[in-house]
Write a protein that binds this ligand. Structure first.
Ligand SMILES: Cc1cc2nc3c(=O)[nH]c(=O)nc-3n(C[C@H](O)[C@H](O)[C@H](O)COP(=O)(O)O)c2cc1C
Length: 238
């Protein structure tokens, strides 16, 4: 496809977008949203830009469900109920106890920043549960996108494709003045989500992305996590 015709297929002008340099630095996980809905032309632009992600053999292994309004409320209620009943149904395992060394240190620092932002002390179990329940209220976001995926083999490669799609989605949100947060926590209730959205069991769920306009005064948006310098995370060979 000619570059120009690809541009013309997309909503919005690339020339008007902020630079990649700015967008990639501005993106941050948003944990508090305003109630305003995202206009459908902007939403379509984000969905199109997400779909420009690379994938193994260009299989484009995503079927994205966007949930808003009453359906989102229904989903939140069903997940909170399933959580209370202990009915977790993740498609893929997740055990934070498997993190070790510097990975576990980073996990710890991330949790500390989150609970401090909500003024919840580590020993306050109830308070911590309240904070983690925000996941199931989608941090008050007006929309949730779920890129469901087909199952191929051990699913590692398709999971990578979904990750790339998710990052395009998040960067596109930022470029449009929106914000989002990827949520493994929503994927802990994959069966509940599929039931409410009438999605077949063949489609798996890795994470959801709550999104909308950031509420700058929300406690969950009061911090930004840094990254290790590249000398710790990159090895050069020649
Ligand atoms: C696949 C994935 C799943 C995540 N799941 C959750 C989640 O369930 N709840 C949450 O609040 N944040 C979740 N996050 C956000 C991470 O905590 C966040 O990306 C990380 O701490 C770095 O912060 P930043 O995104 O603001 O740079 C997830 C991120 C990714 C990439």
């Amino acid at each position: 496809m000619e570059e120009n015709s690809l541009k013309n297929n997309l909503h919005g002008s690339i020339a008007e977008s902020p630079s990649f340099h700015k967008v990639v630095r501005e993106r941050t996980s948003c944990r508090g949203f305003l109630p305003d809905q995202v206009p459908s032309d902007i939403l379509n632009s984000v969905l199109e830009e997400a779909s420009l992600a690379p994938s193994n053999c260009n299989t484009q292994p995503w079927e994205t469900h966007v949930v808003s309004g009453d359906k989102l409320e229904q989903l939140s209620e069903a997940i909170l109920k399933a959580d209370e009943a202990g009915n977790m149904s993740p498609d893929f395992s997740f055990d934070a106890a498997e993190f070790y060394g510097r990975y576990d240190e980073r996990r710890f620092d991330q949790g500390k920043a989150l609970y401090e932002a909500f003024s919840v002390k580590r020993e306050n179990k109830e308070g911590r549960k309240e904070v983690s329940n925000q996941n199931y209220k989608f941090y008050n976001a007006p929309h949730l996108a779920i890129p469901f995926m087909p199952s191929f083999g051990d699913n590692v490669r398709v999971g990578g494709d979904i990750g790339m799609y998710g990052q395009n989605f998040l960067l596109s949100l930022t470029a449009h003045g929106l914000a989002g947060v990827p949520q493994t926590a929503v994927g802990f209730f994959a069966d509940t989500v599929r039931e409410i959205l009438n999605v077949p069991k063949e489609l798996r769920m890795l994470f959801g992305i709550s999104f909308g306009y950031a509420d700058p005064s929300a406690p969950g948006n009061s911090y930004k996590l840094g990254r290790d310098p590249i000398f710790r995370t990159v090895v050069f060979h020649q």
